[in-house]
Design a protein around this ligand. Structure first.
Ligand code: PLP
Length: 382
């Protein structure tokens, strides 16, 4: 499509705001959009570097870590995942990965492509990982790396990292944790749990635009990268090279995405202003209100209360939805009410919806808007 046509089409598109209640992105606060619209600075301009220092400092606080190597990688959460595996694994290395949803499965795929020998410890979708099975696999395979997902967005399941991380550390393994959906929605404590490498995304509970992946590597992880016998296969994601820019010397590696980092700085400022305690409570209260409000319409949670995520709820669908075709109802919510909810993935496709209450959207009023729209769409005459 020629650029002129693209501009015309962009101007013609539906400009009504969307309420993004899917698995991400979530809505972005106007102050974040405003920050992103600021005039550019150069990526080596002292003013920008000062801002970047502040962003790295705030990310350390949010991840609860002293890790020097903590930075916003210039790509989405999948690049954060890839960065962990391509740096920490060499061909032939053993890795144990917990798989109870799409993103654990994706970790296994990425690790396999890095040439590692992958042991997948599978658990039923909708349940947390079986800690005993993970510990047994760690003890029997003596892996270099153990990896799992903190908040599985495909199922809405929370994973307590402590027992698995401790077992991995006891065997001398490095621990990788996916914090894409958890960061800024529930507490993340990398140093307390003994996590060596973690990655997140900006478009979920941080409520910033997609496009950056906050990552953090412990000194142990950095040493493991230095001890590699082969160079890291990815030039762009090589932590040694990235450290030249983000580590303080500020040597050109790639052109940092200035506008996205302006937005992230503002998003982090909003998290700090609210404080994680209040923010966690807000996510929990919004999720409780969702279940209470939609129960009378026949929706029920897929996941048991003790391992249910607050920022992403998977809902079993009532006959009033499945009889119309769940995809049709989602389309009506979007077209008639500007509300996006997420479809089920993989084995859960067609069976559940994934409703996100992330960051700015973790509010009872988002839930009330969804409920009114559903009542309108599911009423007998609709
Ligand atoms: N890991 C989890 C748990 C996710 O939810 C996602 C995205 O939804 C990813 C990884 C990949 O992140 P991105 O889509 O930003 O590349």
């Amino acid at each position: 499509m020629p650029a002129t046509e693209l501009t015309e089409n962009t101007e013609k598109t539906d400009s009504r705001p969307r309420l993004l209640m899917g698995p991400g992105p979530s809505n972005v606060h106007p102050s974040v959009l405003k920050a992103m619209a600021q005039p550019l600075l150069g990526h080596l301009d002292p003013e920008f570097l000062h801002l970047l220092d502040g962003v790295q400092h705030s990310l350390r606080q949010l991840f609860s870590t002293q890790n020097r190597f903590t930075l916003p990688l210039s790509a989405t959460g999948s690049a954060g995942m890839e960065a962990c595996f391509v740096n920490l694994l060499e061909p032939g290395d053993r890795v144990v990965i917990g798989v109870n949803g799409v993103f654990g499965g994706r970790m296994a795929d990425v690790a396999q492509r890095a040439g590692a020998k992958v042991t997948r410890v599978e658990a039923h979708w909708g349940l947390p990982l079986d800690e005993e099975a993970m510990v047994a696999a760690i003890r029997s395979t003596q892996p270099k790396v153990v990896a799992f997902v903190h908040a599985e967005t495909s199922t809405g399941v929370y994973q307590n990292p402590e027992t698995i991380a401790r077992a991995a550390r006891d065997q001398g393994a490095l621990v990788v944790l996916d914090c894409v959906t958890s960061l800024a929605g529930i507490p993340v404590d990398l140093d307390g749990w003994g996590i060596d490498a973690a990655y997140s995304g900006t478009q979920k509970c941080l409520s910033c635009a997609p496009g950056l992946s906050p990552v953090s590597f412990s000194e142990r992880a950095i040493q493991a990268v230095s001890a590699r016998t082969h160079p890291v296969q990815s030039w762009f994601l090589d932590v040694g090279l990235l450290d030249g820019y983000y580590g303080g010397d500020r040597v050109y590696h790639h052109t940092a995405p200035i506008s996205a980092i302006f937005g992230l700085a503002q998003g982090l400022a909003r998290v700090e202003e609210e404080g994680m305690e209040k923010r966690t409570l807000r996510h929990k209260e919004a999720a409780a209100h969702l279940l209470e409000s939609l129960a009378p319409l026949g929706f029920s949670p897929l996941v048991a209360a003790e391992c249910r995520l607050p920022m992403l709820t998977t809902l079993n669908l009532p006959g009033s939805v499945t009889n119309q075709g769940e995809a049709n109802v989602r389309r009506s919510l979007l077209q008639n009410h500007g509300i996006e909810v997420g479809a089920g993935l993989g084995a859960l496709a067609g069976k559940v919806w994934r409703v996100g209450l992330m960051g700015e959207n973790a509010q009872t009023k988002s839930v009330d808007t969804l409920r009114s729209a559903l009542e309108a769409e599911l009423s007998p005459g609709a």
